[in-house]
Design a protein around this ligand. Structure first.
Ligand SMILES: Nc1ncnc2c1ncn2[C@@H]1O[C@H](COP(=O)(O)OP(=O)(O)O)[C@@H](O)[C@H]1O
Ligand SMILES: [Mg+2]
Length: 419
């Protein structure tokens, strides 16, 4: 039996929060929904809120922090652990839990695994970056709060209008019972001294307007910052073409994603589409079998380089494309133009859903295109490579493929001009 320790008295003083943090997050309603500027203090405010909920809890009660993906939950875990005095909690690094002195447990979870979000009674929860969390995650979290009637805070940037967080925010804004809605702009954060005015002025200068509006003013764009345009993506849908391919684009699987081969016919319609995971040997075999008769642009970034070399040695018309943040940006701009001008067609399925999920990412380094955290963009890359090759064929400043008629079919020659 451990010696009984005398009860400890811990005095808690809430850290300073801006008025808007308090009114948005510490509202009496069970559902608090906040659409806010980036860096306005949503995460910080909700960490304080969840910690306070847990401090008022009892031994064994669960409190959840949910981030879009597990690695982000880990960051939140470390951040809250750093913010609390070491004497008041015990951290479990494997489970990502903080057990407070009163025995209440704060868990950090990723919405990318909705299965891990069922089965427990939860007494309060935060869903951070809600517009980036799967709807299944919200359904799961809500079910864990049913028994306890626990409160939840749903916070994030806005991101288009096609997500559950947007719809929930509209209900809250319309005054649905038990719901509180708050919108926090970057200017509110400047007025409170949390954000610097120069930073916003700089963002306004450098970001596309729709992106700035979403990130700093919490005004959703129709496309959620999709660089291709959601309606334009839909307008390019067509059944898989039965015409022969004239070019191929190949995106190679890196750590966890897929190898994708896309062939376009002479009109720009997708006529071949294959997607798989496998060893490099079998991958090279499959690519070669499908593409050796047509000009093919292959992702030659990193491990792609030796793959490209092997393909070239086997014969065919292979050219490499190295992805850098700049070259990818240019490649995607080319694809955006092709989609907006309907110079490309593709069938329903993963190509469309990856295109629709594509977004701007905002970081210290600036804005770049990419798939949302935890999602793939290999179909988009393969399509962009194929489009690059197809559109390049008529443009003298880009890649030119010269067919040598004197020998057999297999003696194509290619040259890179310009660029
Ligand atoms: N009440 C506050 N007092 C001081 N700094 C704050 C406060 N709230 C947030 N911050 C700081 O502002 C920055 C952005 O806060 P964060 O909560 O990460 O914003 P968001 O989640 O809205 O992007 C962080 O560096 C954080 O420490
Ligand atoms: Mg945040």
């Amino acid at each position: 039996m451990p010696a009984t320790k005398p009860p400890r008295l811990l005095v808690y003083r809430r850290p300073w929060l801006a008025d808007y943090q308090v009114s948005a997050i510490f509202c009496p309603e069970r559902y608090g929904i906040v659409e806010a500027s980036t860096k306005a203090g949503k995460t910080t405010g909700c960490m304080v809120w969840l910690a306070e909920q847990a401090m008022q809890g009892k031994a064994g009660r669960n409190y959840w922090w949910v981030s879009p993906i597990y690695p982000q939950a880990k960051i939140a875990f470390r951040r809250l652990a750093r913010g609390l005095p070491p004497a008041v909690y015990v951290a479990n690094q494997t489970e990502l839990t903080l057990t407070l002195a009163n025995g209440a447990i704060i868990w950090f979870k990723g919405a990318d695994k909705p299965d891990s979000l069922y089965g427990e009674d939860v007494y309060a929860a935060v869903i951070d970056e809600a517009s980036r969390c799967k709807e299944e995650a919200w359904v799961a979290v809500r079910s864990t709060l049913t028994q306890t009637r626990g409160p939840v805070r749903i916070i994030g940037n806005v991101k288009g209008r096609k997500n559950w967080a947007y719809h929930l925010a509209r209900q809250a804004e319309a005054g649905a019972p038990g719901m509180h809605y708050a919108k926090i702009t970057a200017y509110d954060a400047v007025a409170a001294g949390i954000l610097a005015a120069e930073e916003i002025a700089d963002a306004r200068r450098t970001l596309p307007e729709s992106v700035f509006n979403e990130l700093y003013l919490a005004i959703p764009s129709d496309d959620g910052g999709n660089p291709f345009g959601i309606s334009a993506i839909g307008e390019c849908l067509a059944p898989l073409s039965s015409a022969p391919p004239v070019v191929f684009g190949v995106d190679l699987a890196k750590a966890v994603d897929w190898t994708v081969v896309i062939g376009l016919d002479a009109t720009g319609a997708v006529c071949r589409f294959a997607r798989w995971q496998g060893s490099w040997d079998s991958t090279i075999e499959r690519i070669h079998a499908q593409t050796r008769t047509c000009p093919t642009l292959v992702d030659s970034t990193g491990v792609g380089d030796p793959v490209l070399e092997t393909l070239q040695k086997r014969g065919g018309y292979y050219e490499g494309f190295k992805f850098t943040s700049q070259s990818k940006q240019q490649l995607m701009e080319g694809l955006a133009v092709a989609i907006q001008q309907k110079h490309v067609r593709y069938p329903e399925g993963p190509i469309r859903s990856e295109l629709e999920a594509y977004e701007y990412h905002y970081s210290r380094a600036g804005v770049r295109y990419g798939a949302p955290e935890g999602m793939h963009d290999d179909c988009v890359c393969a399509l962009a490579l194929a489009v690059e090759l197809l559109t390049a064929r008529g443009a003298p400043t880009r890649i030119h493929w010269l067919r040598e008629r004197d020998a057999t079919e297999s003696t194509w020659q290619h040259q890179r001009l310009g660029r």
